[in-house]
Structure formats: structure tokens, C-alpha cells
Design a protein around this ligand. Structure first.
Ligand code: FAD
Length: 480
């Protein structure tokens, strides 16, 4: 099943494939880059073409594994001159499958993993192929961090450009709120720097507008004192108490300090040793969280979340920050068929809780989950118009994580996920990074009207021909 209705993957049916590239053209590209150029006949092509979401099995004509900025420039120029569909890849975790394509060029930045931390200015510059596990490893050597992903195999690039919600979001804001500059190769092959006072419209758009405006080759972030030990973990409650736990969670969130970020997960107990066998395969409610203040205060500040009812087990305690950053990695392996769908919520009120409970009662399989992230805190104090990520006044975001092991049954879970967000909050704003599809309507729903109009104007200025269209696409005004 293909869910990406707004991109070249849907448009490139076999009859409108671009003509094959000539040998001389390919040789010129190979000689003009430092990285590897792969086509269907190359060793490693199958591995290089795959992305995290197994629902998107594509066959690009070429994959350029960029060794540096010069390769990115060359790749952008090549795609433009050959009229090739262009996919840009960082960590390869795009839910909608935007970091691959059929018959086009994939500009794979994953080999670009250089990271330089300056512990004195508390800044880090990282190339676009870094994953969260790479960045955390380097910054934690100095007890520093920036808001990162809940799964450490996710790339910093797509994550930051869409916003970035993680365990530090209430204390430090979104990842993109901590961006202090970015190097960007634009559609005309120019390298620009965007930051305070430099290319202000591009700078505004990069922080929430996704990959629409160019290829970001490096990101500079402000860092915060975090860890190396934090008070974090998960507490599990029986699924039959879900109503009480949801209501108690709402109450606990109302009193939560900014240094505490939590997520509630309506899920099914996996067969793991830290849960009693009697609950394996049964519905459970997990509340996960991280307190990043003094470790000795953690017990007290997390207590309201750990005593909502009698727990099955409470695994909160001191742990390394990097352990918390990778705690749930094993539960999100690559290769499954995945579809995420989100809805920002003003409140976890009674109608929302009832709708969540109805959805929870009908989850199509044990892999499928309902995540409720608590937002607010520092993220909500950033002025809404100051970046392209403008939905900042909502207390929660629902992320419906719908999965199947393989293609079988996938359309059914996608339908269930669509119905779930529709029933919990029909016209809610959505988050571009938690989006398994990106129809024009879905993208519009991710931005307030004035933000969307401004994004269109920036797109028109930097990418009028919509070269960067494999993304949550903002069409330039000329295409509207
Ligand atoms: P890629 O697939 O490499 O890129 C995604 C898109 O970003 C590309 O199609 C392109 O449009 C753009 N892009 C990538 N690299 C560049 C670049 N260098 N320059 C310009 N554009 C680029 N989000 C959260 O906010 N919080 C979470 O905790 C979180 N957890 C997740 C866990 C999992 C298992 C998954 C699959 C996703 C999660 N996400 C989360 C969503 C995540 O933020 C997005 O999927 C994001 O796009 C992943 O970035 P990436 O670089 O890995 O992806």
C-alpha cells in the first residue's frame, strides 16, 4: 500500500519514467564526487536503498553517498540538470518514505557524521548524517545535550527541520528552538548560511518547515547541562485501568515542572523480562519520563506519575542520559510497515479520553500504540511567529503508531489510525514529523494559515521549481 500521495513516488508510474542516463553522463558524475555512486548493479545497492520504514520499498536510479558538501552541491546540480526526482536522506527515518524514490537520485548524507563540540561556548556543529546516538555520545562526554529523539537511531537532520520533540522538550524547547545556525545548499547549488541576521527568511523557514528549502549540510545547536545521570524510566499500569490512568496523567501533567517530560503509551505488554509473564500480550499503560534536574530530586518530582494507581512495575530510577535516549530502541526496529499520524490536543479532557479508550479497545495488533506526549514548558514560551513551527499552545500531542510486521494487514491499520485521529480530534493541527503521509491537506494542517503562506513565499524565493518536493511539500506560489 502506498500512502505518500503528494510526491514523485506516486507520480512516477512506469510509463513516465525519465529516460535512462547515458554512460558518459554517469561517468562524469562518478568522477566529480568523492563519495560512492551506486546504481541497481552496484554491490550494496539493496542495503543502500532501504530506509527504516519497510512500507516504502523503492528502487532509485542512483544513490549518491555524499562524502561532504561538495558532493551535495554536485548532486543537487545533477538532479536539476537531468530533471531527476531528488530524495534527500539524513537518518532515513521518514515515516512517509520521502528519503527514497523510484527512478530518481537519492542524495544520501548518512556518511557525513562529523561532530565538533565546543564545551566552552556550549555549542555543537554536526553534519547532516549524524544520528541522535552519535550526537549524544559526543555531547555527553562534556555533560551537555540538546533535545533529541526518543529513538536514538533517528537522524538529526529530518528531525530538526520538522521541529524535534524529545525528553528535554519542556526544559529546553524543540530541537529546532536550539538551532543557532545551518549551512544549506539551495536548489541553485549555492551554499548559504542561515542564522541570526543571515538569510532571515530561510532561517525562519528551516525551523519547522522541513526539507523544502535546500539540503542542510551541517547544523549548529546550543547545548545545555544534562546528566550524565538523570532520573528516568517507565512505570506500567494494567490496561483495564486505562481510564483512571489517563485522568490521573492529565492531573499529574498539570503540576509537572519543566525539567520533567513524560509520554503516556497505551500499548500491549511485550514479552520482556522486566514485566511479569502474566501480563505479556495484555493491554498495559506505560508512562515514560525523564527528570533532568538534580538526580536526588527525581524521585519526588516523578512520584505523581508513578502513583496514579497500583503499578505492575515501576522502573524509574537514576540512569545515564544516553541509556534513556536509547531505552526504547529495541521496540522500534527497522523494516516493519509503519504509519504514524498525529494530532495536537489542547487538553486531555473527558471527550478526548473517551475517544482514546474506544481506539485502544480496537487496536488492530500488539505493535500498534497510542502515544500521548506532554508538551508545554519551554516549547510553549517561544513566540509562535518566530519560527515556522508555530503550534506551540497545545498541552499534548497524540501520535498514533500503527504497524504491521509486513505488508499483510497494513491497509487495515492505516485505516484504523486515520479513524483514530479523526475521532480524538477531527480538525486538529498535525506535526510534520509524525506523519506517515503528506497530502496537501495534511501539510496545510501542520501550519497555521499565516505560517503556511509565509512558507510558500520563502519556497518561491529559494526553490521556485520545487526541486525539493519529496517532503511535506510546500508548493511554491507559482505552482498553486
Ligand atoms: P530522513 O528519512 O533521512 O529524512 C526525512 C526527510 O527530512 C527527508 O525526506 C527530507 O525531506 C528531510 N531531510 C533529511 N535530511 C535532510 C537534509 N540534510 N537537508 C534537508 N532536508 C533533509 N520525531 C520527534 O519529533 N520526536 C521523536 O521522539 C521521534 N521519534 C521517532 C522514532 C522513530 C522510530 C521514527 C521512525 C521517527 C521518529 N520521529 C520523531 C519522527 C522523525 O523526526 C522524522 O521521521 C524525521 O524526518 C527523521 O529524520 P531522519 O533524518 O532520520 O529522516
Amino acid at each position: 500500500m502506498r500512502t505518500d500521495s503528494n510526491n514523485d513516488n506516486a507520480r512516477n508510474a512506469p510509463h513516465d519514467r525519465p529516460p535512462p542516463l547515458g554512460a558518459a553522463t554517469l561517468a562524469e558524475l562518478t568522477q566529480g564526487v568523492r563519495g560512492q555512486l551506486l546504481d541497481a548493479g552496484s554491490d550494496g545497492y539493496d542495503e543502500a536503498r532501504s530506509i527504516w520504514n519497510g512500507a516504502h520499498d523503492r528502487k532509485p536510479a542512483l544513490i549518491l553517498r555524499c562524502a561532504g558538501v561538495a558532493d551535495v552541491i554536485r548532486g543537487v546540480q545533477f538532479a536539476r540538470s537531468q530533471n531527476l526526482s531528488l530524495a534527500v536522506r539524513g537518518g532515513g527515518h521518514s515515516l512517509a518514505g520521502f528519503s527514497t524514490n523510484d527512478d530518481g537520485l537519492v542524495l544520501d548524507c548518512s556518511p557525513m557524521k562529523g561532530i565538533r563540540v565546543d564545551p566552552y561556548t556550549r555549542r555543537v556543529v554536526a553534519q547532516a548524517g549524524a544520528l541522535w546516538q552519535d550526537l549524544d555520545h559526543e555531547t555527553q562526554a562534556f555533560g551537555l545535550a540538546v533535545t533529541g529523539g526518543l529513538v536514538s537511531t533517528t537522524g538529526i537532520a529530518g528531525f530538526t527541520l520538522g521541529g524535534g520533540i524529545g525528553w528535554l522538550v519542556r526544559r529546553c524547547g524543540l530541537t529546532s528552538d536550539n538551532l543557532v545556525g545551518a549551512d544549506v545548499v539551495t536548489a541553485d547549488g549555492q551554499l548559504l548560511h542561515a542564522g541570526a541576521g543571515e538569510n532571515p527568511d530561510l532561517w525562519w523557514a528551516l525551523r519547522g518547515g522541513g526539507g523544502n528549502f535546500g539540503v542542510v549540510t551541517s547544523f549548529e545547536y546550543a547545548l545545555h547541562d544534562v546528566g550524565p545521570t538523570v532520573f528516568a524510566g517507565a512505570v506500567f499500569y494494567p490496561g483495564e485501568h486505562a481510564e483512571t490512568i489517563l485522568a490521573g496523567y492529565r492531573k499529574a501533567c498539570a503540576g509537572a515542572p519543566d525539567r520533567l517530560t513524560t509520554v503516556l503509551n497505551l500499548t500491549t505488554a511485550p514479552p520482556v523480562p522486566f514485566l511479569p509473564e502474566s501480563v505479556h500480550g495484555k493491554p498495559v499503560v506505560a508512562v515514560l519520563g525523564m527528570w533532568s534536574g538534580p538526580v536526588t530530586d527525581g524521585d519526588q518530582h516523578t512520584r505523581a506519575f508513578r502513583e496514579i494507581g497500583p503499578p505492575i512495575t515501576d522502573l524509574f530510577g537514576p540512569m545515564p542520559y544516553v541509556a534513556m535516549q536509547s531505552l526504547i530502541d529495541p521496540l522500534y526496529p527497522s523494516g516493519l510497515h509503519n504509519y504514524f499520524r498525529s494530532a495536537f490536543l489542547h487538553d486531555l479532557d473527558e471527550p478526548a479520553i473517551s475517544a482514546l479508550l474506544r481506539a485502544y479497545a480496537t487496536v488492530p495488533n500488539p505493535l500498534t500504540e497510542l502515544h500521548v506526549h506532554h508538551l508545554g514548558g519551554a516549547m510553549s514560551r517561544v513566540p509562535a511567529g518566530s519560527t515556522a513551527f508555530a503550534t506551540r499552545d497545545r498541552e499534548f500531542i497524540l501520535n498514533v503508531v500503527a504497524r504491521t510486521p509486513a505488508a499483510e494487514g497494513f491497509p487495515g491499520v492505516v485505516d484504523w489510525a486515520r479513524a483514530t485521529t479523526g475521532s480524538v480530534a477531527a480538525d486538529a493541527a498535525t506535526y510534520v514529523n509524525f506523519t506517515g503521509e503528506a497530502s496537501g491537506d495534511q501539510v496545510r494542517a501542520s501550519y497555521p494559515g499565516d505560517t503556511y503562506d509565509r512558507l510558500v513565499a520563502v519556497k518561491q524565493r529559494y526553490d521556485p521549481a520545487n526541486l525539493f518536493r519529496l517532503n511535506q511539500n510546500i508548493p511554491p506560489s507559482a505552482e498553486r
